[in-house]
Ligand binder design. Structure first.
Ligand code: NI
Length: 173
């Protein structure tokens, strides 16, 4: 089921998410949340989605850098932690909760993350370039941090102003 993506301005996007609890691993609820999140992300043509973006304050992200084109490369990261990172890359970044806006963000070139699977097993994923960027972006969401926070004050102010105007026109909900 495709869920509604929460947009910037909703306080749920700036809250700290809670870890998925032991008793939730392997549950039908967790499986359907993950499947809904993939469906929602693919429909929106995104490469990553974090649970707070569908209004769920849990430490869970889904990622697929293929963007739904070509061979799928799905990753489910539950209670992820970035254990190492190396280098830097600067590139354009956007967010499904802030549609229509992008900005240049500096991220590590490679990251390694440890996470739990839906069944509660431990996994490790190393990402480079785009995958590293998406892992960091989605991980930020779990701490209530949006990519806007990584932009210059000037750029962030410009985007916020445009969003305020869109909201006034009823084009941002
Ligand atoms: Ni995002």
């Amino acid at each position: 089921m495709v869920r509604k993506i929460v947009k910037y301005g909703n306080p749920v996007l700036e809250e700290m998410c809670k870890p998925v609890a032991e008793e939730e691993f392997g549950s039908e609820d967790l499986r359907s949340l993950v499947s809904d999140m993939f469906e929602t992300m693919y429909q929106a043509r995104g490469v990553g989605l974090a649970a707070p973006q569908v209004g769920v304050l849990k430490r869970l992200t889904v990622i697929d850098c293929s963007g739904g084109e070509g061979e799928a490369q799905p990753h489910i990261l539950i209670n992820p932690e970035i254990v190492s990172q190396e280098g830097t890359q600067v590139g354009s970044e956007g967010c499904l909760s802030i549609p229509g806006f992008t900005g240049n963000v500096s991220r590590p070139m490679t990251v390694c993350t440890r996470y739990r699977t839906v069944d509660g097993d431990w996994g490790e994923l190393e990402g480079e370039e785009l995958l590293a960027r998406v892992i960091c972006h989605e991980n930020d969401h779990l701490n209530g941090v949006l990519f806007l926070r990584h932009l210059s004050k000037l750029k962030r102010g410009m985007i916020k102003k445009k969003i305020r105007a869109l909201r006034k026109q009823g084009e941002w909900d």
